[in-house]
Design a protein around this ligand. Structure first.
Ligand code: TRP
Length: 469
């Protein structure tokens, strides 16, 4: 096998994996999912899922990757379980779907950078005109896919790792400043109450499944992205502590993004948090006027810089999404990296066209779809939301099979052995209990139960969770 390259050290891996995790999911998706899910109760479930379930899944993915040094499909084959390679295929498919629509939204973020640079604070009120301007957003999304392809073609340490450094700290500082600013606005307190004081009556089947889907999406789990990144990790690196840092970074950034958003939403709604207008437009509609309020010069600087950083955060995520199918083609078919990148990026861009067209430009792609399975939107929706909902669902399926595989097919002791490299005390640690429980009990049962809850809820109108509370 050709030299696959790898991360230079543990920090490089953590930054790249945190770069994959931190993205539009934290800043664009998390706030509107919290809004849909009813506020603080959703946040509490989200946090619990991240640490009790997702952390073990993350460690497992990284361990499978490092053990086999392969892409997700090759990994299951290399362990000797050809029949389980379907998990890898499912993951690659899922990554392709995610990147196809994610790239469109990332293009919007970059477009907002340009608009705010030109002082266009009105763009928030003209969001739907913006997204139906197909020439503009088409160009932005081509640019974005091009930048992603460029970085992935440079390989692991030269491209992916380098891009991830610097950007993360800048993003955290930027959002923190906006948090402070948003606290000073009238009605901030109503927004914070909505975000931080749980109302248990808001917990229903959709909120639970929404929180779990959001946790998987935000942590880049369930599709083998971290199997792939794990395949470039050194044997002396501690996987468990890496996973803890990645999770803390990701959850922390989502949490402060919420601290920033809800006071702003409350300000815009004059304190009324009952009828939230949210959905995919939330940050794009809400933020520009806020920057406008800051003042003409400072507003341009802060607003443009914010969307630039958001674009960079999205870029380290799109890179991880593209890396998975590319690694698959490079490993399994011996194609050169640069060629594989061009091929895959082009195909994914084409698959993304309906998502690009479906935000006002094409009536058909803007209305004609229903999200299967885990939907809380019974009526029709746009193609992009349909893709997002479908992909989220596939991540949970993927996660279910990954834990099932690790816990019962590959077996715990093999997982334990791999994790022990770089973590000599693992055998006697608390982490081991959490991880073993995660892959044998909590993960399979929770993911399976969730499936039942959601099927009952969406197809039979029975809300199990509401009944229990
Ligand atoms: N986690 C990223 C975000 O929150 C998106 C992402 C990147 C992702 N790679 C992934 C999601 C793999 C699921 C699987 O923006």
């Amino acid at each position: 096998m050709a030299n696959r390259g790898g991360f230079t050290n543990k920090l490089g891996f953590i930054l790249a994996a945190a770069g994959s995790a931190v993205g539009l999911g934290n800043i664009w998706k998390f706030p509107f999912e919290v809004g849909d899910g009813g506020g603080a109760a959703f946040v509490v479930m989200y946090l619990a899922f991240c640490f009790l379930l997702c952390l073990p899944v993350m460690v497992t993915e990284i361990a499978i990757g490092r053990k086999t040094q392969r892409n997700p499909v090759g990994a299951f084959k290399a362990l000797g379980y050809k029949n389980w390679a379907f998990i890898g295929f499912l993951g690659i498919l899922c990554g392709v779907l995610i990147l196809s629509f994610y790239n469109v939204i990332a293009g919007w973020a970059f477009g907002y950078f340009i608009e705010l640079l030109m002082g266009n604070f009105e763009i928030g009120n003209n969001f739907s005109e913006f997204t139906s301007n197909i020439l503009k957003i088409g160009l932005y999304s081509i640019l974005f896919m091009g930048a992603t392809a460029f970085i992935v073609s440079k390989g692991i340490s030269g491209g992916i790792e380098r891009a991830a450094k610097m950007l993360m700290p800048a993003l955290i500082i930027m959002i923190s400043c906006l948090v402070i600013y948003s606290f000073t606005l009238p009605h901030a307190i109503e927004g914070l109450k909505f975000y931080l004081i749980p109302d248990l009556s808001k917990i229903d089947g959709n909120a639970v499944s929404g929180a779990l889907r959001q946790a998987f999406f935000s942590l880049s789990l369930g599709m083998g992205a971290l199997i792939t990144y794990g395949s470039y990790v050194g044997k002396n690196d501690n996987i468990v502590s890496s996973a803890v840092y990645i999770t803390l970074t990701d959850v922390g950034i989502a949490f402060i993004a919420g601290l920033m958003m809800f006071p702003l939403v409350a300000f815009n709604n004059m304190g009324d948090m009952t009828n939230l207008q949210s959905g995919p437009g939330l940050i794009f509609v809400t933020l520009p006027s806020v920057f406008g309020n800051i003042g003409p010069v400072l507003g341009v600087i802060i607003g443009a810089f914010f969307f630039l950083l958001l674009s960079f955060a999205a870029l380290t995520s799109t890179v991880s999404l593209l890396e998975v199918p590319v690694a698959y083609i490079v490993d399994e078919f011996n194609v050169r990296r640069a060629r594989a990148v061009i091929l895959v990026a082009t195909i994914i861009f084409i698959i993304g066209l309906p998502s690009l067209l479906g935000n006002g430009y094409s009536d058909f792609f803007s209305n004609a779809f229903t999200i299967p399975f885990f939907s809380d939107q019974p009526s029709s929706s746009d193609f992009l939301s349909f893709m997002a909902g479908t992909a989220d669902t596939l991540l949970l399926f993927g996660g279910f099979f990954i834990v099932l595989f690790a816990g019962y097919i590959w077996k715990k002791h093999n997982l334990d052995e791999e994790i022990s490299f770089g973590y000599a005390n693992y055998k006697n640690s608390f982490a081991r209990i959490l991880i073993n429980l995660g892959v044998t009990v909590v993960g399979p049962i929770l993911l399976f139960l969730l499936f039942i809850v959601v099927v009952l809820n969406n197809f039979f109108g029975i809300d199990l969770i509401q009944k229990i509370f």
